[in-house]
Design a protein around this ligand. Structure first.
Ligand SMILES: [Zn+2]
Length: 218
């Protein structure tokens, strides 16, 4: 869920007009779904929906970076990664906070809306994956699309399962359980992203003055 869709996108982003259009569609779809899912989480009072929404925000950021790849220096990519890492980490903490608040209040979320939005998220993720899959080049890129889509789908399924659990038990615990799991994954992924970005920035500072070598992959 964390770093998906970073793939080889950025290496060919500027070269292919049709690929750029697909990246724009993916960017807009992911950004829109972040607001839809986060908004629905408040209406349905579902912490799991809020937790699932962060992936759309992270993916939207990745597509934006892919689109800007050529215009963006290595340092700025690392800075964006750093900002993304902190956003993911703080978001995870916010999800834990909301989970605590919802447990304190004790009200069960609205399972029908949870399931409907979870299903919509799944459809959007599959749709974007199909679009990207048409532009795969090489095994690494294909594998990246596959891993990204699979992880996102698992998250969406977990929300739908949580909705079924809420419906079956009449309690908020399945919702809170999934949300806390997502939050912990998000915080641990954020740590990895921040650590790597910090190392890149330190390395970049060490080599400043030299020629700006474009680094492909990691
Ligand atoms: Zn994703």
């Amino acid at each position: 869920m964390d770093d998906c869709c970073e793939m080889g996108c950025r290496d060919r982003a500027a070269s292919d007009a049709r690929f750029r259009r697909v990246l724009w569609i993916a960017l807009v779809a992911n950004a829109a779904m972040f607001f839809v899912e986060a908004g629905a989480s408040l209406r349905a009072e579902s912490t799991a929906l809020l937790a699932d929404a962060i992936d759309f925000l992270g993916d939207a950021a990745n597509y934006a970076v892919s689109l800007a790849a050529l215009a963006m220096s290595v340092v700025w990519r690392s800075r964006v990664a750093m900002a993304k890492g902190w956003t993911m980490g703080l978001y995870g903490v916010a999800v834990l906070g909301l989970a605590t608040w919802n447990v304190y209040r004790g009200a069960a979320p609205e399972p029908a809306m949870m399931a409907a939005i979870g299903l919509l998220a799944l459809l959007v993720n599959v749709g974007v994956a199909v679009l990207l899959y048409a532009f795969r080049d090489g095994d690494a890129n294909m594998r990246s699309v596959w891993l990204c889509s699979r992880n996102d789908a698992i998250g969406n399924f977990a929300v739908i399962l949580a909705a079924a659990g809420v419906f079956g038990t009449g309690t908020l615990w399945p919702d809170v359980g999934v949300a806390v799991l997502f939050a912990i994954l998000s915080i641990s992924a954020a740590r990895g992203v921040i650590t790597q970005a910090r190392a890149e920035l330190v390395a970049e500072r060490g080599s400043s003055g030299g020629n700006p070598v474009v680094q492909h992959g990691r």
